[in-house]
Write a protein that binds this ligand. Structure first.
Ligand code: ADP
Length: 412
């Protein structure tokens, strides 16, 4: 059925459901134009305050509305999508498929997956590994199945792109039974973003005459959450986030890499329970914890410019960690052809990019100061004479989810 439709323009609804929020985009699969998008917030929150911001070609519309659960939120989203004033479609029947972002696919889901009841049960089981995310993702899927039972629902997993990482890179040196009993291993996240920018970089490398089957690329996704991936010939060989998104780079509020015994030390000193330690690692640390100013890079950069020492230190820590990973991943891949910067910080902060690349000339990395300051992505910001390309590539996870949804359904 789907194959017949593939010649025509498909409208794909992309959904990213959080515990109390729901982000959506309606995308034309052929032109990749965003026909409509929005964000529903404060779903199921006692005390209300529910709000939806909806955008379409007709402008922006704000709606204050109580939403008891994701199903009620979806009702309002469908009403807005089909609304005669601000809608992009006349009826829900115009939506060809829904692509859902699902955070954790574990070892089970390594490809985009057409969701049925059995898959939903498996995704729910994986909540043990992603207790904040997978249950919310399932709520969004269920709400769509209920409203549009005959429309294909496709799950795209944040972890899936990292499924090619070899065991010596994904295992932790803990007793092996924790891997077999509980699935304790590196999974990696931001897979959809890394995949999108890698594909884009491969096109640019090809145009530059590099063999993309063996190209060695490091992707730096630097947003509130931040992670890096080492990718050979389009296949991930290592990534900085681990079993959870807390490992690796310094982030807005997360520590990244840490001596594990510090947690034992703090638990004893603070008489802290696991949830309190979790809060320290994930919500009180990173740029916020070190600077004491903010988790937002713009605020940290500004404070550092004004002479705030701890903000300067947070910035140094942030950039140094990335530099260290670039060195480690170059060694892991036996060389380097390109580095990609993406995410809110990677795309917008020329000073972070300059700090990260400083002193990496021995690897063949040198950026062109002017290009780094002025160009918007996708762009090559490296010095023309450098042997490694440095690319600025705006990420677009929703577009990638729409593409993968169409690619999967076209196979059926
Ligand atoms: P998320 O992980 O929530 O999707 P984003 O990718 O939107 O986050 O990135 C948010 C981060 O990007 C914030 O730290 C923000 O300060 C930073 N950022 C956005 N614009 C700039 C800018 N012009 N300069 C420096 N940092 C920026």
């Amino acid at each position: 059925m789907f194959r017949e439709k593939c010649g025509v323009r498909l409208k794909i609804l992309v959904l990213n459901s959080g515990s109390s929020s729901l982000k959506y985009q309606l995308i034309d699969s052929q032109t990749e134009e965003v026909l409509s998008k929005g964000l529903a917030e404060r779903i199921g929150i006692v005390g209300g305050g529910g709000h939806i911001n909806h955008e379409s070609v007709c402008g922006s519309k704000d709606l204050d509305v109580e939403m008891a659960d994701h199903e009620e939120a979806m009702e309002h989203v469908f009403e807005l999508l089909t609304n005669s004033e601000c809608g992009a479609i006349e009826s829900v029947g115009e939506i060809s498929a829904v692509g859902h972002r699902v955070v954790h696919g574990g070892e089970k889901f390594v490809q985009p997956t057409l969701v049925d009841e059995a898959a939903l049960t498996e995704i729910e089981k994986l909540s043990q590994l992603a207790p904040l995310h997978n249950p919310a993702n399932v709520k969004g899927i269920r709400a769509c199945i209920h409203k549009m039972p005959n429309v294909p629902q496709v799950a795209i997993f944040d972890t899936a792109y990292h499924a090619t990482i070899p065991d010596y890179a994904y295992m932790y040196a803990l007793p092996y039974k924790y891997y077999t009993d509980y699935g304790v291993r590196r999974y990696g996240f931001h897979g959809t973003s890394h995949k999108y920018v890698i594909r884009q970089a491969q096109k640019m490398l090809k145009a530059a005459g590099v063999d993309t089957d063996s190209s060695r690329v490091i992707s730096c996704h630097l947003g509130n959450g931040a992670s890096m991936a080492a990718v050979v010939g389009g296949r991930v060989v290592d990534t900085s986030m681990g079993m959870t998104p807390a490992e690796g780079l310094v982030m807005g509020t997360r520590t990244g890499d840490l001596d594990p015994a510090i947690l034992v030390f703090l638990a004893k000193e603070l008489h802290a329970i696991p949830n309190e330690i979790d809060d320290i690692i994930n919500k009180q640390s990173g740029l916020l914890g070190v600077s004491g100013v903010s988790s937002d890079m713009r605020d940290v950069e500004q404070a550092a410019d004004e002479g705030n020492r701890r903000a300067g230190l947070a910035l140094d820590l942030f950039c140094y960690r990335i530099r260290k990973y670039i060195g480690a991943y170059s060694a892991a891949m036996g060389g380097l052809d390109a580095v990609i910067f993406t995410g809110g910080i990677g795309e917008n902060s020329s000073s972070v990019r300059a700090r990260v690349c400083k002193g990496l000339g021995f690897l063949g990395i040198a950026i062109d100061k002017e290009k780094n300051k002025t160009l918007k992505g996708p762009a090559d910001i490296s010095d023309a004479a450098a042997s490694v390309r440095v690319y600025l590539v705006p990420t677009n996870e929703e577009r990638m989810i729409a593409r993968e949804t169409v690619e999967l359904l076209a196979k059926d």
